[in-house]
Ligand binder design. Structure first.
Ligand SMILES: [Zn+2]
Length: 398
């Protein structure tokens, strides 16, 4: 379709618009189920994927940013949201949505290849780092809240990914104290994927999910997965199933613990009940190199614990970035609890009567009304969805 030609690597058919809208609203529904307590974890098995989609442009097979919309809505509810993106590509769209704010935070493990790997974004100007590089850590209030582990080539497998999470992402994540984790769960880093060139097994993905469920105490296992990329069709089901096993085991363990609580006996940690303990502990050389690069960019020096590194360097970075912002003296320099600020800003810009573009169609209005109907207080998410839908309206009108 001609509509698709104006975007980078986007293919559309007549029903792509409705498919994308359903994927985004399904993602929102999952977020709402988490917020209400109906579920402790979950997996949005949706396509098209979302993490390359910019607020106002489709990109990289993505039309609407599913995880971005869900994260924006949860932040508006007061959650401290951490997005972990293990798709083999950098989630340019998601990072751009949140790079100026402390909540949601965005962390990614991806191939960078010196800037040559898709989305291969160029730096905005010579003085700023490439958005997908380890040097990029966010901007303004968001400084320190974007973390990128950028592989220099293909070949990373279970050990490399696990070690990247252990050595680089989880220590920073613990310091951020998120109340929930949203995973851009692409499986194009899987072994045999025709695009990714990496070697992660289904058990390796399960090990990543296991860590996020059981090793972030502040999130208490509240972890949602959203399907992103993955192009070897006989591998994706095994990867999804392995991750679902982790989620289901954690849900069962939590339910069992609650039951024990009700009976007055002591609840045990559910971690031991997880059936998918596939923890690769070794830190291979390739990973050590990429992790070292990412951590060094956050001011890491060898010999200190990652936690202390975070407090001493990333927080300093946040404070100095804020100091440099003339006239912004009222912002809070604490790396947590900014949910209401982010939410208020988002909500403030989303008055229903504002920002209407020429491209609106009756069907676009109906879609918004539907979304507003199921999530009455989702101002930030509705705004994000509305922005994304601007590009969809010409398609939906057909
Ligand atoms: Zn991908």
């Amino acid at each position: 379709m001609e509509e698709a030609l104006q975007y980078d690597s986007v293919y559309l058919c007549a029903r792509s618009g409705s498919a994308a809208a359903r994927a985004a609203t399904a993602s929102l529904a999952l977020a709402a189920a988490l917020a209400s307590g109906a579920v402790r974890n979950g997996f949005a098995v949706v396509r098209p994927p979302g993490h390359h989609a910019e607020p106002c442009a489709a990109k990289g097979f993505c039309v609407l940013n599913n995880v971005g919309v869900a994260a924006a809505w949860l932040a508006a509810q007061g959650e401290r949201v951490l997005i972990v993106d293990w798709d083999v590509h950098h989630g340019n769209g998601t990072q751009r949505m949140f790079q100026d704010a402390a909540n949601p935070a965005y962390m990614s493990i991806h191939r960078h290849d010196g800037g040559a790997f898709y989305p291969a974004e160029k730096r905005d100007d010579p003085d700023t780092p490439c958005p997908a590089s380890a040097e990029f850590v966010g901007r303004g209030d968001g400084a320190g809240y974007s973390v990128n582990v950028a592989w220099r080539g293909g070949g990373a497998g279970d050990a490399e990914y696990a070690a990247a999470l252990d050595a680089c992402l989880l220590p920073v994540a613990r310091a951020m104290e998120p109340t929930c984790v949203l995973v851009s769960a692409g499986f194009d880093a899987a072994e045999g994927d025709p695009i990714g060139g990496c070697r992660v097994t289904p058990g390796g993905f399960a090990a990543l999910a296991h860590r996020l469920v059981h090793q972030l105490p502040s999130a208490r296992g509240r972890v949602l997965l959203f399907l992103e990329g993955g192009y070897r069709l006989d591998t994706i089901p095994a990867c999804v199933a392995a991750c679902l096993e982790v989620l289901l085991a954690a849900s069962d363990a939590a339910a069992g613990a609650a039951e024990n609580d009700n009976e007055g006996s002591s609840a045990k940690d559910g971690a031991g009940a997880c059936a998918a303990k596939v923890c690769a502990e070794a830190c291979a050389e390739a990973c050590a190199e990429a992790c070292a690069e990412a951590v060094r960019c956050a001011g890491h020096c060898v010999g200190k614990s990652p936690e202390s590194v975070y407090h001493e360097t990333v927080l300093q970075r946040v404070l100095s970035a804020q100091d440099e912002q003339a006239g912004s003296a009222s912002s809070e320099p604490v790396p947590q609890g900014d949910a209401t600020t982010a939410a208020d800003e988002s909500a403030g810009s989303s008055a229903p009567s504002e920002g209407r573009s020429e491209g609106e169609s009756p069907r676009g209005e109906a879609l918004e009304a539907w979304a507003e109907g199921i999530l009455p207080s989702a101002a930030a998410a509705i705004e994000a969805t509305r922005n994304a839908h601007r590009l969809l309206w010409p398609v939906l009108r057909e």
